[in-house]
Design a protein around this ligand. Structure first.
Ligand code: PAF
Length: 285
């Protein structure tokens, strides 16, 4: 196993990627905020199936957090992350500082509509513009052939696809299914905030979503299922059900029976928000 390279500046990143390109390598990018878990490592694996070299960015992006969110306490564990990335076969970890990413005078921000409206867009006013701004920068800095995002934040995947299309960024956007632990809990760096009791409650989210998606696939009425899902989640002990929604794959538009889609839910337990989503299959081909 060769040692993972690190780049702390845009120039270091560009120099390495340029070298790979001169050798004819296809390059993939996995944007992350660090605190890596098996879900992130599965993204590295997917990228290595379609690219010769894999860059993983680890950058906790202040622009996508609102006041009162968890920017300050977001887990930071760089040396463990580097170790995991090296074992997963990633080639380069990109670790820019906030000053490197947003130098003095930085004043650009991408503003969005479409898939960024509603749900997370309503609850976290800075989130999607912050994500779109940093992801656009990362794509333009690394100029990868392909970039991959996890489907746990499915609205984010749809927003990024739209940004890439709208801004003609020459990259293929891939997404990968949600990675889960043995009991079905969607892996998330924020799961580390949960105590034992909260974790027990959190484990119910996927169970409720899976059972409701089965009901939908068997033809249950979508409006009834959304109400029932909210009620079931409240009964599980979540402190708040931020939303439950049915959305169409790709566009994130409203879901109709027969569409490929996602049943998604965002809930709060104590101070922690968690998300999950379950795919609803469209008609059989
Ligand atoms: O999903 C995340 O971890 C972040 O939103 C991303 C895409 C790395 C941008 O900061």
């Amino acid at each position: 196993m060769s040692e993972i390279l690190t780049a702390k500046t845009v120039n270091e990143l560009k120099t390495e990627v340029r070298l790979w390109r001169s050798r004819g390598f296809r390059v993939g990018l996995v944007p992350t905020m660090g605190a890596l878990h098996d879900g992130h490592l599965s993204l590295v694996k997917h990228v290595l199936e379609v690219a010769d070299r894999c860059v993983v960015s680890l950058f906790i992006n202040p622009k996508q957090f609102s006041t009162g969110e968890d920017f300050e306490i977001y887990p930071r564990q760089i040396s463990a992350d580097l170790h995991k990335l090296q074992s997963a076969g990633a080639h380069l970890a990109y670790l820019p500082t906030v000053d490197q990413m947003y130098p003095e005078g930085f004043c650009t921000r991408i503003s969005l509509d479409g898939p960024a409206s509603g749900l997370e867009g309503d609850l976290r006013p800075y989130f999607f513009s912050g994500v779109a701004t940093v992801v656009t920068k990362l794509l333009l800095q690394a100029l990868p052939d392909v970039a991959i995002f996890g489907e746990k934040d499915y609205q984010q995947v749809c927003v990024i696809r739209r940004v890439v299309k709208d801004l003609d960024i020459p990259v293929e956007v891939m997404s990968a299914p949600i990675a889960r632990d043995a009991q079905g809990l969607a892996l998330s760096s924020r799961n580390s905030y949960l105590n034992d009791n909260e974790l027990r409650i959190a484990r119910q989210l996927n169970k409720v979503l899976f059972s409701m998606s089965d009901a939908l696939t068997s033809g249950a009425d979508p409006i009834f299922i959304i109400d029932k899902t909210r009620a079931a989640l409240r009964e599980c002990g979540f402190d708040n059900v931020d939303y439950v929604a049915l959305r169409k794959m790709e566009t994130f538009g409203p879901w109709q029976p027969g569409d490929d889609g996602y049943l998604i839910g965002a809930v709060r337990i104590g101070k922690t928000r968690i998300w999950d989503g379950v795919r609803i299959a469209g008609p059989r081909q």
